[in-house]
Ligand binder design. Structure first.
Ligand code: PNS
Length: 166
């Protein structure tokens, strides 16, 4: 039987660190669904649709991966509906762990058949987070090493949009 995993996140925007984790997941699972979900504790720069389009461009050429959007509801319910056995999460630093630990145990409570698998990206991405990429890019800093060219273009568009409103 094919082993299916979901890789959820806000991906605002998707970084090369996310791609690194996705590639590692694809080495383990037959099928990985990247699930773009909202995090009630964060406000986003890109709409969920824009994030989805960007990720689709980033993963064009990869097999075994698809992109879905979770507009509402629990991730655990989505994982159950999909028959996913695993939830993949990337951990970069020890400080990520507390939140990840809580989420993984809550998701297990909600859907006992699911196991959260933590994957570490390449060490060169340990300090890459969407939040810092957004901030630096919107202030005109060069983050092209950390995101796909499509994402870089969209970040530049956002920066220009904001500048023209000033
Ligand atoms: O990239 P993030 O912001 O760390 O991802 C967090 C995310 C989107 C995976 C989490 O907030 C989530 O699962 N949201 C969907 C709603 C849900 O199920 N919340 C309860 C999680 S225990």
């Amino acid at each position: 039987m094919k082993q299916k995993a979901i890789y959820p996140g806000t991906f605002d925007p998707f970084t090369n660190g996310h791609l690194d984790v996705l590639e590692r997941a694809l080495n383990i699972f037959d099928e990985v669904i990247v699930v773009i979900a909202e995090n009630s504790q964060k406000s986003s720069l890109f709409t969920i649709e824009a994030r989805s389009e960007m990720i689709m461009e980033v993963i064009a050429g990869y097999s075994g991966v698809s992109v879905e959007v979770l507009h509402e509801g629990l991730l655990a319910d989505y994982a159950r509906q999909q028959g996913a056995k695993a939830i993949v999460r990337g951990v970069r630093q020890v400080k990520d762990f507390e939140y990840e630990f809580q989420m993984s145990l809550l998701n297990r409570h909600l859907y006992p058949e699911v196991t959260t698998v933590f994957l570490m990206p390449n060490v060169k991405y340990t300090y890459v987070a969407s939040s810092i990429i957004r901030e630096v890019a919107l202030l005109g800093g060069d983050v092209s090493k950390f995101v796909h060219p499509t994402v870089m273009d969209k970040l530049n568009e956002k920066r220009e949009e904001r500048q023209s409103k000033k």
